[in-house]
Design a protein around this ligand. Sequence first.
Ligand code: SAM
Length: 252
Amino acid sequence: MMNPPISRMGGKSKLRKNIIKMIPGDHICYVEVFLGAGWVYFGKEPSKVEVINDTDQELINLFKMLKYHGEEVERLLSYEVVSRDNFYDYRDQDFSKLTEVQRAVRFMYLSAQSFASRGISFGYSALGKPSPKLFKTNCLIEIKKRLSNTYIENLDCFKIIEKYDRSTTFFFCDPPYIETEGYKDKFGTEEHIRLYESLKSIKGKFLITLNDNEFVRDLYREFSIEEVDVTYSVSRDKAARKSYGELIIKNY
Ligand SMILES: C[S@@+](CC[C@H](N)C(=O)[O-])C[C@H]1O[C@@H](n2cnc3c(N)ncnc32)[C@H](O)[C@@H]1O
């Protein structure tokens, strides 16, 4: 199973095997509405038509650059040095002056070298050595191949659902969790209700993952709901890492 080139908050690394088993075999078009690092997309077998989407421009720019200029991103990353100064220089840089390839390198650097891959504070540890390998560059050419037949979109989830909805389309949705902050774009209760409204009347199939709570259970009550337990490790403190209930909801 292929791994994504970056980590990202809320990544589906733990749950992806369960999700992949549930993807309906009869779809033609696979749409990953909220890509993030894309654990499910990279883990599954390619579908006939594939679409990956996220509103985060820098994230989508990275995947576009890997698709078209993967070798150049890999070459430039090989010159990078990991240090606190370089990290904060990159973080605070006016990236509008960079080329698209340089922006992709910057994004990978910040994601790989920050705590919880959030690109905010320099990641280090007093208990563990730094990794000998700075970036997962050895996989970039495989990633480039994987992306070669995929549409890469940078649209709001509602637009992407509307554009690709057919009876033969399967949408995998992993939106920001309810009451979770940390993404650039706000996705609150109002957006969750809108998402439910657009999914409930689609012609295609959907599978959505959400954190387990009464609001979600009530909202999606007419659909099949399965509970799963996942342990998240976003905290620095091992003892604070918790197991949370998560829901897998589908309309088939
Ligand atoms: C929980 S993460 C997805 C994690 C992903 N499944 C993985 O394995 O890494 C949610 C993603 O939704 C994106 N997002 C937030 N609001 C969005 C919107 N309105 N439409 C599309 N994507 C959005 C965020 O940028 C973030 O990357």
